[in-house]
Design a protein around this ligand. Structure first.
Ligand code: NAD
Ligand code: UDP
Length: 338
């Protein structure tokens, strides 16, 4: 298949590009590099040994997006592009609504105009309202507590409505839990700008000495060791989920939602301990107050993805940490010119 990957130079998009290309799909990346680097494209090509055409364009620019659809004939779109920082979305809601919603709207208009109806969308566990107990099931009530989350809820709604209105459309909404890890080559991984918000990249930067101490946000939750529990999934497993989703909608019409996680929850302390084993040294940590808006325990029920997509995660927490460490170590020494 010819597949367009919006945001394909980003963390999850680049790993998915590799899996798709290795399985024989032809891919085109569309990215404006607002949160990624053009050098990622060369790395994808180096790992796969295949070319990875890239269109530098902004999804909110209807003319530019249409031009991409005129140049290529796509069978399907995987839509990763969007802003994703929860805290920033609270400070700059209009930027989030514009980039995520208008970007998706322009993409869907171009798809309609060029007769492309198959789309896989990067949704998130954040679309669950959060007042139902873990594990999270796909039919739990939806809602959000910040503008980023609302953009995901609204985009899911847009896709559901279009699929209901037009039988040529098929959408898979993949609700990612906590993607971490990196490509096993160490050539690709998560490279956030500035100080990371997420646990894993933060811990990795403590391990290379770029940050002084791991801050554990609260140890008085009602969880086995008092720290927050999340469902971490290796980014290569997540990438494989997209391949299965592409197969799934080839023969179906309509809108389908699936959780992509491992179905297992790990606490912050368990993650830090696993990373210490991966990097072979103890890491300084301290207990800080709870982070505003955090829930105690979030993990997926993964039965539906297993039954419908045939998806189950292969990698455990130790592989996730080993690959994240391999990537962090290499990228830190590269930036020091070693
Ligand atoms: P990322 O920031 O690494 O990748 C997103 C890519 O989209 C970047 O390369 C960025 O330059 C590009 N982009 C953003 N706005 C664009 C626009 N208007 N036009 C063209 N390109 C644009 O993020 P990621 O972690 O790879 O996440 C990919 C998707 O998955 C996002 O939609 C995100 O919300 C969703 N998601 C991520 C996580 C996570 O923890 N990483 C969890 C759940 C859902
Ligand atoms: N967390 C932490 N210290 C950090 C970052 C995160 O203790 O520096 C905790 C956070 O409270 C949550 C878990 O780690 O319990 C995962 O947080 P992350 O931001 O990675 O993901 P999300 O909140 O989106 O699940």
């Amino acid at each position: 298949m010819n597949v367009l990957l919006t945001g394909g130079a980003g963390f999850i998009g680049s790993h998915t590009a590799i899996i798709l290309s290795e399985r024989g799909h032809d891919i085109v990346v569309l990215d404006n590099f607002s949160n990624s680097k053009p050098s990622v494209i060369q790395r994808i090509e180096r790992i796969t040994g295949r070319s990875c055409p890239c269109e530098e364009a902004d999804l909110t620019d209807a003319e530019a997006v249409d031009a991409v659809f005129r140049r290529w004939k796509f069978d399907a779109v995987i839509h990763f592009a969007g802003f994703k920082a929860v805290g920033e979305s609270v400070e700059k809601p209009l930027e989030y609504y514009e980039n995520n919603l208008i970007g998706t709207l322009k993409l869907m208009e171009a798809m309609t105009n060029h007769d492309v109806g198959d789309i896989i969308f990067s949704s998130s566990a954040t679309v669950y309202r959060g007042d139902s107990p873990a594990p999270y099931y796909e039919d739990y009530p939806l809602g959000a507590s910040n503008p980023y989350g609302w953009t995901k809820v609204m985009i899911e709604r847009m896709l559901r409505d279009v699929c209901a209105a037009d039988s040529r459309w098929a959408a898979v909404l993949l609700r990612y839990f906590n993607p971490i890890g990196a490509h096993p080559s160490g050539l690709l991984g998560e490279d956030p700008n500035g100080i990371p918000n997420n646990l894993l990249p933060y811990v990795a930067k403590v391990a290379v000495g770029e940050l002084p101490v791991v801050r554990i946000f609260g140890d008085d939750y009602d969880t086995p060791d008092g720290t927050g529990v999340r469902d971490y999934i290796h980014v290569m497993d997540l990438a494989r989920g997209h391949l299965l989703a592409l197969d799934y909608i080839r023969t179906r019409r309509g809108c389908f939602s699936f959780n992509l996680g491992t179905g297992k929850g790990y606490s912050v302390k368990e993650v830090v301990a696993a990373f210490e084993r991966a990097c072979g040294k103890p890491l300084p940590s301290r207990i800080d107050p709870r982070r505003a808006g955090d829930l105690p325990e979030i993990y997926a029920n993964v039965d539906l993805a297993r039954k419908e997509l045939g998806f189950s995660a292969e990698f455990g927490l130790s592989e996730m940490c080993a690959d994240a460490w391999n990537w962090q170590r290499r990228s830190s020494s590269a930036s020091e010119g070693l």
